[in-house]
Design a protein around this ligand. Structure first.
Ligand SMILES: [Fe+2]
Length: 253
């Protein structure tokens, strides 16, 4: 399996707090069937993108060396979870923040005080740069939890969605679960990530969490989310299109 969203690098954001934790997170990932991890530290300032990339790549090399020394068979790839607001567009180039140098960029938004109209503007701007936005954990945003049509319409327009394993395993709130489940069941979620930050807070125990996923999500959709679509991202290929159905909030038509 491929974990497309993971705060695995030590001491760079609010993820793994030190090298030892990062190594143990890799170990746990391996024991849970993960063979590839994209390191996606948060980045939220345009001023120091170069510094961010330099630090990220140093930590990536360091962790690669230490897990290889311990015989942990996991491949690590560079990425970022890019906080998108007005400021980010002052950056000269967002291409350097994409996943493994591909066209795909993992993005997050403010959880509050942002209007859906603004989200559309941001996404259009990113698409105009020739990049493909992957929205991290859409199920965690109220503006999607109460507007499933927005998700339908963005998916139609080429936006890719990554849901969190914890949401689908019902380890976060009910609204999070309902949207994540609806997207996974209906083929609107292309990717699943652990969004792991430590050994306990959204950990890398993916196969353990999968035991709690609703059993009626098709094997085909599961295979797409944990492997095939993620592989397409890593190799900069088009994401294979699963059969998609529009989602509707429970109790609505
Ligand atoms: Fe994250």
């Amino acid at each position: 399996m491929i974990d497309i969203h993971c705060h695995i690098l030590p001491d760079i954001d609010d993820g793994a707090r030190d090298l030892e934790t990062a190594i143990r997170m890799c170990h746990l990932a391996q024991a849970n069937g993960i063979k590839h991890i994209v390191a996606t530290p948060h980045t939220n300032t345009v001023d120091n993108i170069d510094h961010f990339i330099k630090t990220r790549d140093e930590r990536l090399q360091l962790l690669r060396k230490h897990i290889a020394d311990r015989g942990i068979d996991i491949k690590l790839y560079p990425g970022a979870e890019v906080f998108v607001d007005d400021d980010i567009f002052f950056a000269n180039d967002l291409k350097c923040l994409t996943i493994n140098g591909s066209r795909y960029i993992l993005i997050e938004f403010n959880f509050r005080n942002v209007h859906l109209r603004k989200i559309y503007d941001y996404l259009n701007e990113i698409i105009d740069m020739g990049l493909v936005p992957i929205i991290a954990h859409p199920e965690r945003y109220e503006f999607f939890q109460f507007d499933y049509d927005a998700v339908n319409s963005l998916a139609k327009n080429g936006v890719i969605f990554q849901i969190n394993a914890t949401s689908l395993a019902s380890l976060d709130g009910l609204q999070e679960f309902e949207l994540a489940y609806s997207m996974a069941y209906n083929g609107l979620a292309s990717l699943i990530g652990t969004d792991a930050h430590s050994l306990s807070h959204r950990a890398t125990n993916l196969s353990e969490m999968m035991r709690y996923f609703p059993p009626d999500i098709s094997q085909y959709n599961m295979q797409m989310m944990v492997h095939d679509s993620a592989k397409a991202v890593l190799t900069d290929n088009p994401i294979p299109m699963a059969e998609r159905r529009e989602i509707h909030k429970r109790g609505s038509f």
